[in-house]
Design a protein around this ligand. Structure first.
Ligand SMILES: Cc1cc2nc3c(=O)[nH]c(=O)nc-3n(C[C@H](O)[C@H](O)[C@H](O)COP(=O)(O)OP(=O)(O)OC[C@H]3O[C@@H](n4cnc5c(N)ncnc54)[C@H](O)[C@@H]3O)c2cc1C
Length: 379
């Protein structure tokens, strides 16, 4: 067993790191406070290959694998959590279309996602009445002579306002997961209305909206995969998406730990740097240890996915551990900053706010534990 990165993985990580340090980090705090969506920066990231890290080259991706994708996400999130979630969903959408789409669906959408021609992609599963339990969704799709007609509302959709294409799930059959299909919905779909932007606790430079479908009309060939088999697509996508969110959490937590380390060295009380007080030193040690453990769990899940092996349990373990650890690490960094942690002059309050949602989206911590327990009991 060896832990060294391949040349490709190192190259992708370095590319993401250089871009993040030079372009993303400097304005991250201001963008987040003002709620400015990083449209131009996303385009530049696409040009660097960061919108299709695990996407085949023939569709404009860099085909560098899941580990490289996770490493790139960590770097981007270290600089800007909002940009990281946008990147995560766009990569996920490109991957789903590559895995389940027809040749013409792939040709139509994936190169536009990876090149930045589409600002972003969106994943429209949650609804006002269901997040953890998407099998109970109420949005419907009916096959008509004109095409598919969709009715319902999708809630909390990341990048919904900017997405060139959204994967949207709707009920085409009976109750439960077996009556759900997935569709590819372009931005200019007739009958699609974008709701007002959510006013969020953190990640305010990311875009979160509802999507209202009122007789939204899609062509018959907008169906992704088979009719009534779309729920499996959602579950497959979420397994992979959890690696993205875990990597985002680790990136934010790394930024928080770095800020805490700097502050612990420069702030003096009782005649010495606060890092030399044992209470603070132990906080730093716990954070560094948890961060390392989180990173290893994520990279293991990423490696298994890359090898085409089962990774559902490992992705859930990575998500529950890394996102909860990120919250603890950000809270410690905040505590180490004393009163200065509470003001916007220092970035730790943003890290804490940005990290908070990572235990919620792409499956809450409770749902991850449910997935892990089911897998343990079954196997
Ligand atoms: C900023 C943001 C971005 C998002 N982006 C997207 C997106 O791009 N696409 C998308 O489809 N969705 C998105 N979501 C939605 C997100 O995935 C859901 O909010 C999440 O899955 C939780 O669903 P819910 O809010 O309906 O909570 P609920 O499902 O109502 O859960 C409420 C509480 O009950 C707990 N709970 C529920 N069921 C169980 C159970 N069986 N056992 C134990 N506890 C349980 C939950 O863990 C939670 O604590 C986003 C959300 C946010 C906040």
């Amino acid at each position: 067993m060896h832990f060294d990165l391949t040349e490709t993985q190192q190259l992708i990580r370095q590319t993401a790191r250089d871009f993040s340090v030079k372009e993303l980090e400097p304005g991250a705090g201001e963008r987040e406070r003002k709620g400015q969506f990083p449209k131009d920066l996303l385009k530049k990231m696409a040009e660097l290959g960061l919108m299709g890290v695990n996407v085949p080259e023939q569709f404009g991706g860099v085909e560098a694998g899941v580990v490289a994708y996770s490493l790139a996400m960590m770097e981007v999130a270290r600089a800007c959590g909002s940009t990281a979630v946008t990147m995560s969903v766009t990569n996920m959408v490109a991957e789903i279309i590559c895995k389940f789409g027809t040749e013409s669906q792939k040709q139509a959408h994936v190169p536009k996602l990876t090149s930045g021609e589409y600002v972003a992609g969106a994943f429209a599963l949650s609804e006002p009445g269901c997040g953890s339990d998407p099998a109970s969704m109420r949005t419907t799709a009916k096959r008509t002579d004109k095409g598919w007609v969709l009715n319902g509302t999708k809630q909390f959709i990341t990048s919904g306002e900017y997405a060139g294409v959204s994967v949207v799930w709707a009920r085409t059959g009976g109750p439960g997961g077996k009556g759900i299909s997935a569709f590819l919905m372009p931005a200019d779909t007739q009958g699609l209305e974008i709701g007002p932007e959510e006013k969020k606790m953190g990640l305010r430079a990311s875009n979160t909206v509802s999507m209202i479908l009122e007789d939204a009309l899609l062509p018959i060939d907008a169906l992704l995969g088979e009719e009534n088999r779309g729920f499996r697509i959602a579950l497959t996508a979420l397994d992979g998406g959890r690696i993205g969110v875990s990597s985002q959490a680790v990136g934010i937590a790394q930024a928080a730990l770095n800020a805490a380390l700097d502050y612990a060295k420069e702030r003096h009380t009782f005649g010495k740097p606060i890092g030399e007080h044992q209470a603070i030193g132990w906080m730093l040690a716990d954070s560094a240890t948890e961060l390392e453990a989180a990173r290893l769990l994520i990279l293991q899940a990423a490696y298994l996915k890359e090898q085409g092996r089962a990774f559902t349990r490992q992705a859930s373990m990575a998500k529950v551990f890394s996102t909860e650890a990120a919250n603890r690490i950000c809270a410690r960094a905040f505590q180490i900053h004393g009163g200065y942690g509470y003001v916007e002059d220092y970035p730790v309050e943003r890290f804490l706010r940005d990290a908070r949602v990572t235990t919620i989206y792409e499956g809450t911590s409770e749902i991850q534990r449910l997935v892990i327990a089911r897998d343990l009991l079954r196997n």
